[in-house]
Structure formats: structure tokens, C-alpha cells
Design a protein around this ligand. Structure first.
Ligand SMILES: Nc1ncnc2c1ncn2[C@@H]1O[C@H](COP(=O)(O)OP(=O)(O)OP(=O)(O)O)[C@@H](O)[C@H]1O
Ligand SMILES: [Mg+2]
Length: 261
């Protein structure tokens, strides 16, 4: 579904990704983890064609990115960025309706079907009560859910998300990722997601990719990656890994306190 082949990328002279290759299969949830500055957001932007690598290439559904028209790509893939922009004067309804842009005709008019899909997306992320509110009048977590609803309104077959759970409370973190899990399982949506929370990544991913300084250090199931000593050295942080009785293949981690006597 998404094939990243020997990708290297630099911002000017700053080399950020080195010969990265990854295959993400249809209906799979792949989480990108790693320290700040490792290159996670950059890799996601490259996988979506929003940045062009100096070397290597990306195929989505067996087609090179440059062979996609922007309208076709927007019907196929949706993106939830790390720092999304929403026009502050827009209402929540108008903001989510933007997700239907790739489907509108040349007059740009929303049809009944478009409105139904927007309503459904608002219900999915539990913000239907905010419909008439302005973007400037909602909280950070609500904003994040508006951006997700906008992406869902695109009815994508692949979903790219950059730290979508950051400002969410635990209920909305779990609701959002459970919902994404269901999309992957039932509708075979392919999900490529950056997550900082290792426990959420372990709980909801089929595969974890650990990135360090632009290199793929580990690529495996949550059990394979969380149990690997490299996780400690990459984060420069001691952690304790626990096996969960309820989910044996999805270990949990806790940090070990520093500066103790
Ligand atoms: N527009 C840019 N111009 C120059 N350097 C950049 C730019 N964006 C990011 N970088 C640098 O590239 C490296 C990778 O950045 P990136 O945003 O991909 O990291 P990340 O893994 O997503 O980090 P975080 O967890 O903090 O979001 C960092 O060293 C960062 O400072
Ligand atoms: Mg980032």
C-alpha cells in the first residue's frame, strides 16, 4: 500500500533521513516512535508527498507519488498534521466540510451526501454539539478532534497522523485510537501514525518503527520492539517493561525516576 524505498532527505545541509525503507500494508496500523528531532514528522511529510526526498521514492497503491493528481491523492489519503491550521473565523461545521473539498464539483457546492458524511465524522469524534461554535472558541483537544473529523470526512483509504492524541484526555485518546483501529480492521484503512506515548503505541499498533537520527533502528510488533534494549538507549531513559495479563503481545512501559539517591 505505502512503499518507502531508500529515502534520504536533508533540510539544506542538515541531513535528517538516511536510506529509510518501509512497507506498510493495507489495513495495517504502523506507529512511528522515537525521540524529538528523530525525523518522524519529516518522514510522514515525505510519505505524503508534501516534501520531496533528495534520494529514493515513495509508492502509494503501486503508483509513484508524482503520478498522482492532487485531487485523486486527497480522495485517497488524509493527513492530520502535528500543528494543524484551522481558519479561526470558521465554524466547526465549515472546518469539517473542508474535508469534502476533493469531492466537490466545479461549483464547490456540498450535496446531501457530503453533509451526511460531515455529520457522521462529527459524531465519530464526539463533537456534534460544537457544530456552530467558531474555531477560535474551542479547546485544544476539541480542536484536535475537529482536525481528525476533517480528515475522516475525506473518506480516505490511508490516514497519516502526526501525534493526534497529544492534547487529548485519556478517554478521548483511547476513543480516537480505538476508532482508528476499527477503521483499519473493518474498512481496511491503512494508518501511518506518529505517537510519543509508548503505551498507546503498544496498545493500538500492528507494528512499531523506532527512528533515531533519521535511521530505522527497530521495526517489529509491539512485543518485539518494547522488549528490545535499544529502546532504552535510543531514548536515553531507563524504563521498566511489563507484560500485561490482558494483552500478552502488547507490553506496557513505565519510566524509572531519575536523580534518586
Ligand atoms: N523546516 C525545517 N528546516 C530545517 N530543519 C528542520 C525543519 N523541520 C525540522 N527540522 C529539523 O529536522 C530534524 C527532524 O525534525 P522532525 O520534525 O522530523 O522531528 P520529529 O521526530 O518529528 O520530532 P518531534 O518528536 O519533536 O516532533 C530536527 O533536527 C529538526 O530540527
Ligand atoms: Mg514531529
Amino acid at each position: 500500500m505505502i512503499k518507502i524505498d531508500k529515502v534520504s532527505f536533508s533540510y539544506g545541509t542538515r541531513s535528517v533521513l538516511h536510506n529509510v525503507s518501509l512497507d506498510i500494508h493495507k489495513g495495517e496500523i504502523v506507529s512511528l516512535i522515537g525521540p524529538n528531532g528523530a525525523g518522524k514528522s519529516t518522514l510522514l511529510l515525505i510519505a505524503m508527498g508534501l516534501l520531496s526526498p533528495q534520494q529514493g521514492n515513495i509508492r502509494v497503491n503501486n503508483r509513484l507519488l508524482k503520478e498522482w493528481s492532487s485531487r485523486d491523492f486527497a480522495q485517497y489519503c488524509a493527513f492530520v498534521p502535528q500543528n494543524p491550521y484551522l481558519p479561526p473565523a470558521f465554524t466547526i461545521w465549515e472546518s469539517v466540510l473542508l474535508g469534502r473539498t476533493p469531492y466537490l464539483n466545479f461549483l464547490g457546492l456540498a450535496r446531501k451526501k457530503d453533509r451526511e458524511i460531515v455529520k457522521q465524522a462529527l459524531r465519530w469524534v464526539e463533537i456534534e454539539n460544537l457544530l456552530h461554535r467558531k474555531v477560535s472558541e474551542i479547546s485544544g483537544g476539541e480542536r484536535q478532534r475537529v482536525v481528525l473529523a476533517r480528515a475522516l470526512a475525506q473518506e480516505p483509504e490511508c490516514l497519516f497522523l502526526d501525534e493526534p492524541t497529544n492534547s487529548l484526555d485519556v478517554h478521548h485518546q483511547v476513543t480516537l485510537l480505538s476508532f482508528i483501529h476499527r477503521l483499519a480492521e473493518e474498512k481496511q484503512v491503512t494508518v501511518f501514525i506518529v505517537l510519543h506515548d509508548l503505551n498507546l503505541a503498544s496498545t493500538f499498533s500492528d507494528r512499531l518503527i523506532l527512528l533515531e537520527d533519521g535511521l530505522v533502528v527497530l521495526d517489529g510488533t509491539p512485543g518485539q520492539v518494547m522488549g528490545n534494549e535499544k529502546v532504552l538507549s535510543v531514548y536515553r531513559q531507563s524504563i521498566t517493561v511489563f507484560n500485561r495479563p490482558d494483552e500478552e503481545s502488547r507490553p506496557a512501559v513505565l519510566p524509572v525516576r531519575m536523580y534518586d539517591k
